[in-house]
Design a protein around this ligand. Structure first.
Ligand code: COA
Length: 170
């Protein structure tokens, strides 16, 4: 059976600073879910202001909006700050609880890939906890290739977790 997508469709636009409270609220839900974020505890808008400001061109943050509510966001970020990695980007995607599995991440990721091409990136890398089935499935759906698997590089609540690396050549 086809799954129900958000109707009217989700729109994707560049994030503005006023979106920070919603971005942080959604991010903190991801931290609580414990399968995604490298932060071990939540943050607030103040704690994300520097991160937000660092995403100037060619990097960016976009939000998905549905009927006036920010339902998710995606960030195109530096993979590494050394100049030789300038054409390689990485990304983070977070969707509001209760609004997942409705196509928001799909809309965000399609937008990010098109923008990364337009902005001259050559490749994108995604580092995902091996326990994050949703994010792994999302990457595969978009044709990303698994290129690495690192053992027990995450330590959360005393447990070690593997990370898998996915790559998309643009
Ligand atoms: C991962 C996440 C961003 C997916 O967002 P979403 O809006 O629910 O994703 P979509 O509805 O666009 O689904 C796209 C695809 O992702 C995969 N997917 C999404 N949720 C899934 C789940 N719970 N289990 C398995 N696959 C899943 C599927 O392939 C899906 O395509 P399909 O529905 O056609 O099968 C969301 O679950 C989330 O915010 N999780 C917490 C934060 C997080 O893990 N971020 C990623 C950090 S690496």
């Amino acid at each position: 059976m086809a799954r129900a997508l958000l109707a009217p469709p989700t729109t994707v636009r560049l994030a503005i600073e006023d979106d920070l409270p919603a971005i942080v609220e959604i991010y903190n839900q991801g931290v609580e879910d414990g399968v995604a974020s490298c932060d071990l505890s939540g943050t607030d808008a103040e704690g994300k202001r520097e991160w937000f400001a660092a995403h100037d061109d060619p990097y960016a943050i976009w939000v998905a909006e549905h009927e006036g509510l920010v339902v998710g966001w995606i960030a195109l970020s530096p993979y590494d700050t050394k100049p030789c990695f300038a054409k390689t980007g990485t990304l983070s995607t977070y969707v509001r609880r209760g609004r997942r599995r409705l196509g928001a991440a799909t809309a965000l990721r399609e937008h990010l890939i098109a923008e990364a091409r337009r902005r001259g990136f050559h490749t994108l890398i995604s580092r995902i906890w091996s326990t994050n089935e949703a994010s792994i499935a999302l990457s595969r759906k978009f044709g990303w290739r698994q290129v690495g698997h690192m053992k027990e590089i995450v330590c959360k609540d005393g447990e070690f977790v593997d990370c898998v690396f996915f790559q998309l050549e643009l």
